[in-house]
Design a protein. Sequence first.
Length: 469
Amino acid sequence: MHRLLVVDDEYSVRESIKLILKNEYQILFASEGEEAVQCFEKEHPHLIILDILMPKMDGIQVLKKIREIDPILPVIMLTATKTVKTAVEAMKLGATDYITKPFDVEEISILIKRALEKQDLEREVKTLRWEVKKKFGFGNILVGKSPPMKEVCSKIEQIADTRTTVLITGESGTGKELIAKALHYNSSRRHKPFIAINCAAIPETLIESELFGHERGAFTDARVRRLGHFEMANSGTLFLDEIADLSPATQAKLLRVIQEKEFLRLGGTQTVKVDVRLIAATNKNLENAVKEKLFREDLYYRVNVVSLFLPPLRKRKEDLPPLIQHFLNKKAEEENKKPKRFSDSAMDLLLKHPWPGNVRELENIIEQVVTLTPEELITPENLPDKLNRQIRTNSLREETLSGNISFENALLEFEKDILLSALRKTNFVQTHAANLLGISRRILKYKMDTLGITPPDSQNPESNLSDLN
């Protein structure tokens, strides 16, 4: 419930306001200026109703002191008709509104409600902006201390608050769109639109309409005018993901927009001017695409004013520990819980994984294991089976090719890993594990004996031997 501070030296006025508002708000009272300032500092009300004419310290003096501490708190001035000029002065000093005595019940209720709604909205916007700034701040996106990421971070800080067109390259999952958002939300355009479009996800027949919009009747089913992404991003940032997938015809039209900063909607005759910062991204080699005549050379030089290359995760393994901790902290913060942690053996497996899906794959797996692991400590058993198998397979391949293990022994180790995975999945119930592998129970037991695989406990050894007939 909102707290209101009513400041008036007349008891009857205070009681009248109390009767009007007591069912909707928590009401605090002060009968003179000094008491009002003390109550304001102690109780932090959401709104103040402040009389202008009071002995000792008048309302204007109280307003000045309040504004020194809180420049946005809603303050509604109470005034007699003869002091309306003073009320106007109060408005210049930052009062939200004023109302004359004797006041109308409905009028004062509407003024208070409107002022509180505006204050709540401003605080919500401020909170959302702070959250966006925090989410897309450099420290939250550029996690890692490897030389390549330090270089990326340095470039972003230099170019964020400029109009410069940027080309971001790197494999899928390296975080190209996050970097684009970091550039936008750390620039002077942060309060303007950030519009993203995946050029590879839109059919060629629709891409021109998506980018530039269309007029009514431009084609079948075009029943109304539709704004394109360029127009929606006006004064803000347009992010063109997978720009290499644009057709030659669309590339030509895009080039003209970049050069002239204007375009025609599909089916239109009136030029539309736009002020848009362009950020493009691709997981392909644009230089090769230019050589192969798949991408226009002139467009390439237009979008590649400043280039940012995001290296794959496997090329910057030193960034894995801070990234893992970052995602653990992020998940814990979202759920308002204490961060979980990986055991040394589980962390070792994460560090050995090649991460073909890059940072996106890492975040997804951490979210999965944190969600599915009830304990605070995450062990190798909590990691996805595919992760354990892939890491082990890659390790065996490397050891075999380097001559550290023979081909025959590698096959035995691989077979042992498969059997262990099936046994763990079935809680070492051998009949179920044999069915899962598509072999007989006797063959499974023979292979377990041959490979030296034993159940993890021996409290009931007969439980796994009862069906050996």
